[in-house]
Design a protein around this ligand. Sequence first.
Ligand code: ADP
Ligand code: MG
Length: 457
Amino acid sequence: MEEGCWDYSSLWDETLRHIKENITDQEFLMWFKNLAYESSEEKLISLSVPSSFYRDQLSQRYQSHIEAKLYELQGTPIKIQYLIKRKNAPDKTSENASVRLERSTPSQHTTAHPQLKTEYNFENFVIGENNSFAANAAIAIARNPGRAYNPCLIYGGVGLGKTHLIQAIGDATHKALAGYKISYVTAETFTNEFINSIQGGTSHQFKKKYRSVNILLIDDIHFLQNKIQTQEELFYTFEALYNSNRQMVFTCDRPVSELKELTDRLKSRFERGLNVDLQPPDYETRIAILKKKIENREVNISDDAIALIAKNITTNVRDLEKALTKLTAYADLVNKNITLDVAQAQLKDFFANPNQRKITIDTIQRAIADYFSLSHNDLRGKKRTKAIAFPRQLAMYLAREMTEYSTTEIGIEFGGRDHTTVMYACQKIENNTKTDSSLEPIIQSLKRHIREYKISS
Ligand code: ADP
Ligand code: MG
């Protein structure tokens, strides 16, 4: 026994009881069920967790809360540390669904699922403010397919982790549930298979195949717009699976309500269960993602170089990965250590032209004018009626958010206004988002509209 006279086990039990009272059952089940008391030393409690994923999540989400509770109960500060104890052997003591995921018994699926990428699993997915709702929903679904949230639709822009998350659900259930038929397809593949089945006279097999799965994962359903026959087929597949409590998860690049050319009945099915969104990662999450990706790559990148990337690449995770790939290649070929200077030199072009920089103030003005049915000149002109002033302020705000122009430059583009007018507009919109919760979705939708406008014009 290494603990001497320190034994905090009952203190820990008490702390856990308090925590349980303060969070939802689901949260407790998700994060605390797999946590076990191991030992204590003076002012330190060691807890075991089944993976680094749990360790990272617990320390991100609950560390300060747990330590504050311990302090409150004990009257002196006590730290906690996590030990990783992998559960590779079958766990005989518990048949609890919450541990099923972390376990891989030899009798269960040990071969990879042919449609899934092995690295798209929950362990590799970093959870931050921007994606925690979607990620936790995905984890809950993987633990309890067909019961927790059915159907589930995950939406968000390109490179934010939709494919990763939907495949992680497939990966976790494939490993844990032998005998489960799990089908992952993109909406495009689904459509092509359907068309081929009609042409080849095998539509019966097609129907049978998709209506007999236990879990159906369809990626990028925005592709189904205008594909009326495929939509109809998916509608009937949906009904069949839904009525027998089979889990369905979909992803989409925007909220379902913004899909055009999709039948109302299919829309209403997608909206029936849980709809969760993915936002671009904030600075801390970008750092955490970069560190996670570096772990798997065997490359030495200094902390200030990591901070440089996180500061300059704000668009999405795919762009972060591209920067890392470039640095990894450089490290392999030239220099094992990536310092701040090396990163700066190697990523110069990258920082100079990410997609977002190509958006011009002119594009923003045209897209906003179009959206509010105003003329381009209205936005740049002098009129100050409310119908124009608000879209103009929004356009200034978005110009500040989506481009690198200064408030002075933006003012010039808006009919030679002063930079303080631009600052005022940005401040006003920002304040409005705090008091009016309907504004944020409008801003998100405008941003999408601007990006699409850029492509289409
Ligand atoms: P989407 O389908 O939304 O376009 P992907 O799922 O393909 O995006 O993600 C793009 C890349 O970014 C993938 O390589 C994925 O592993 C990675 N990625 C996205 N979000 C995360 C995250 N939270 N943690 C780790 N990697 C992520
Ligand atoms: Mg994708």
